[in-house]
Design a protein around this ligand. Structure first.
Ligand SMILES: Cc1cc2nc3c(=O)[nH]c(=O)nc-3n(C[C@H](O)[C@H](O)[C@H](O)COP(=O)(O)OP(=O)(O)OC[C@H]3O[C@@H](n4cnc5c(N)ncnc54)[C@H](O)[C@@H]3O)c2cc1C
Length: 438
């Protein structure tokens, strides 16, 4: 069987590996970019690769940890104690353990306890399907006090989905997010541990692609697929240089809007699902600093006067020595074109952001900045609405032997490389099962 896979990110490469291990098919991966890794790809800081958007693993990310072991990379994951803070009314509060929660001064002591209990309540919900009818905002407003909602939950939702979309997010998404974080702790009172591959996510993608190639998979970079169409039972795939090739099966791991654009002959009902899939772009300013900005790896910004929603100081997780002693800080936002910040360039964004860095550290000075970088990552975060099970596009597309697998089909967990590996394995199984039954 001749199989084409579109995309050399975590999903595409895992699908290729599993198909190559389990079948004797001829497998070709087409990747539009000149590099592997998609959303988890890297750029260089002082000759060391680092992700364009902050990346880490949770201890509960079993699938990707198993894959690292399978690739012989089990000793290449560093596990580090995470440190989390929250900025509220220009002050930073520790937010690592339930004890910190009890010290969270923006809320009265009664409300602090209530906040802890509300997080626990969410994590104890067994059947997330029961939450499908609720948006997160509706559920929280029914189940937590308004002060707690405004001081904690609302800023968290706005942080991920912006003012425009946070009210649409389904409660199962929040449930999935809370569960991942709870599972990443060894005990109720313990601090969270996070993993990061020694040598960046590049070591995973390089090793994964090498293993695929050893099994006969062909991986073509700089090969954008411009069209897929059904041609009398075989699937015709047109590549960037106008070459057209025929395949028995195609697995696309591209975003839903791209899949819609390049596929001819989809049924209306499927097109509707693709069109309803909406994404936010991640807009990241990455600073190389002479000094540490704060002591936290992860700073949630629950203060709506700030023009960014997260400060992720990567070198508070991983030692700065590997980046030539530069302290690496991501100033993170998730935006759509409707937000004016989306249209600003690096210099314009920095101008808006800098005054707020003084609020995080009053010693901060502009001459701490050695270098700054700008990354805009389209399709970074699908907007997961209520009733999403009915809205999510299926992997089978209605065109025989054409499958779709992307982050908008990861549910109820939040998207992440662990779930992309799981998805890649699922897609390979699905194709094998379907072709046996054909
Ligand atoms: C800012 C940010 C932070 C994140 N943080 C974390 C984290 O901490 N931990 C974690 O595990 N995950 C994190 N993620 C999520 C993780 O990066 C993604 O879930 C995962 O990489 C998605 O993999 P994928 O293969 O499904 O999609 P992608 O990585 O998007 O891969 C799809 C590939 O398809 C290619 N493609 C698109 N169109 C075409 C075409 N027409 N022809 C050929 N190729 C095409 C793309 O170039 C891309 O390489 C983060 C993501 C972002 C954006």
């Amino acid at each position: 069987m001749k199989i084409a896979i579109l995309g050399a990110g975590a999903t595409g490469l895992t699908t290729a590996l599993r198909l190559a291990q389990k079948t004797s098919s001829e497998i070709t991966v087409f990747e539009k970019d000149s590099f592997l890794g998609g959303h988890a790809s890297t750029f260089q800081v002082n000759s060391t690769p680092i992700e364009k958007g902050y990346h880490h693993w949770f201890t509960s990310d079993n699938k990707i940890i198993e894959l690292m072991s399978e690739l012989g990379l089990q000793n290449h994951i560093g596990w580090y104690e995470s440190s989390v803070g929250t900025v509220f009314n220009s002050k930073i509060y520790d937010f690592m353990t339930p004890i910190d929660l009890l010290r969270y001064k923006p809320l009265s002591i009664i409300n602090r306890i209530s906040l802890g209990l509300s997080s626990l309540k969410i994590s104890k919900i067994k059947n997330w399907h029961d939450l499908e009818n609720f948006t997160a905002v509706d559920w929280l407003n029914k189940n937590v006090k308004p002060q707690i909602y405004h001081a904690f939950w609302e800023p968290m939702l706005i942080g991920k989905f912006g003012e425009e979309h946070y009210k649409e997010v389904g409660m199962p998404w929040l449930w999935g997010k809370m569960n991942t974080r709870f599972k990443s702790r060894e005990g109720f009172l313990s601090k969270e541990k996070l993993g990061y591959p020694i040598g960046s996510f590049d070591i995973l993608f390089n090793s994964l692609s090498q293993k695929c190639e050893n099994l006969g998979v062909k991986i073509h970079l700089n090969s954008q697929v411009n069209q897929i169409k059904n041609n009398h039972g075989s699937l015709e795939v047109s590549i960037s240089d106008a070459e057209t090739l025929n395949f028995d099966a195609v697995i696309a791991t591209v975003p839903s809007n791209v899949f819609h654009r390049i596929t001819t002959g989809l049924e209306e009902s499927y097109i509707e699902k693709l069109q309803n899939t909406r994404y936010m772009s991640a807009v990241q300013i990455i600073l190389e600093l002479k000094h540490q900005l704060s002591k936290y790896y992860w700073l949630n910004i629950a203060d709506r006067s700030f023009p960014f929603v997260g400060v992720i100081e990567h070198t508070n997780l991983v030692n700065e020595s590997i980046y030539g002693n530069s302290h690496i800080v991501y100033l993170s936002n998730y935006l759509t074109p409707k937000n004016s910040l989306y249209h600003l360039n690096k210099t314009e964004l920095l101008e808006k952001y800098l005054p707020f860095l003084y609020q995080i550290n009053n010693k901060f000075s502009e001459n701490w900045i050695i270098k700054s970088h700008y990354q805009k990552i389209p399709g970074a975060q699908p907007i997961i609405e209520s009733q999403y099970s009915n809205k999510m596009p299926t992997h089978e597309t209605g065109i025989k032997n054409l499958y779709l697998g992307n982050t908008s089909q990861i549910y109820p967990e939040d998207r992440g490389t662990n779930y992309s590996v799981e998805l890649g394995e699922k897609l390979a199984e699905l194709l094998i099962k379907k072709s046996i039954n054909n």
